[in-house]
Design a protein. Structure first.
Length: 230
């Protein structure tokens, strides 16, 4: 049976972005658009995890969380918060949230948090993804190429994360946009190409291959077929 996730988010495009992505990954979902509904569904016992936006109409996310925890409910909670609301986030963690993620977030990042929370502490999350002679450290958010440590910006890290989780697979621009830039992207922009350029400069040009008309592939995992380098 698939895990059931309650999405508490009043902004429709974000809620639907989350719902679509989570369902595509085998979760079942329900959306609550205000604090009272979140509280009602959160108490129902029907969910395995709550994704909780802090800025909800009616009761805000912190109040909802406090009530659930005061009632002794152990439902895992991942908070969604704007980068500018770090104080609220700290309150949220003190109020019993398990984790938080700042907006705008990438779907990959959210999915990783959700999976960790659903697994509990039974299976440790891998902290280093290795592909060929390169590795991505998920704790320090740095890459290691050979012996050299490479610092990455937040977006570069998110993009590298998508590639290192799918070595040898072609990832389309749309997939990468959705995973890294989330709901916050302009589908017509060339931002993916620009950031792939940054990653190539940092990780080595040969490491990410362009597959014409399809997208990009991280090399170094499985031996690849004839190069399609554009
Ligand atoms: Ca909101």
């Amino acid at each position: 049976m698939s895990s059931r996730i309650l999405i508490a988010e009043d902004e429709a495009r974000i809620a639907s972005f989350l719902e679509k992505g989570l369902r595509a990954n085998g979760f079942s979902t329900e959306i609550a658009a205000d604090g009272d509904e979140t509280l009602r569904l959160g108490r129902s016992g029907r969910f395995d995890l709550l994704i909780l936006d802090l800025g909800l109409p009616g009761k805000d996310g912190i109040a909802v969380l406090r009530e659930l925890r005061d009632e002794g409910r152990a439902l895992p909670v991942v908070i969604l918060t704007a980068r500018t609301s770090i104080n609220d986030t700290v309150k949220g963690l003190e109020g019993g949230a398990d984790d938080y993620i700042t907006k705008p977030f990438s779907f990959e990042e959210l999915l990783a948090r959700v999976r960790v929370r659903l697994r509990g502490d039974r299976v440790p999350e891998p902290t280093v993804l290795t592909v060929g002679d390169a590795a991505l450290d998920l704790r320090t958010r740095q890459a290691v190429v050979g012996e050299e440590i490479v610092n990455l910006s937040a977006r570069e890290f998110a993009l590298a994360d998508a590639f290192f989780r799918h070595p040898g697979q072609v990832l389309s621009r749309e997939q990468l946009l959705s995973h890294v830039w989330g709901y916050d992207f302009d589908p017509g922009s060339n931002i993916v190409d620009v950031y792939v350029g940054y990653l190539r400069r940092k990780l080595g040009k040969h490491r990410i291959t362009s597959v014409r008309g399809m997208g990009y592939r991280l090399e170094g995992g499985q031996p690849s077929a004839a190069a399609n380098d554009a």
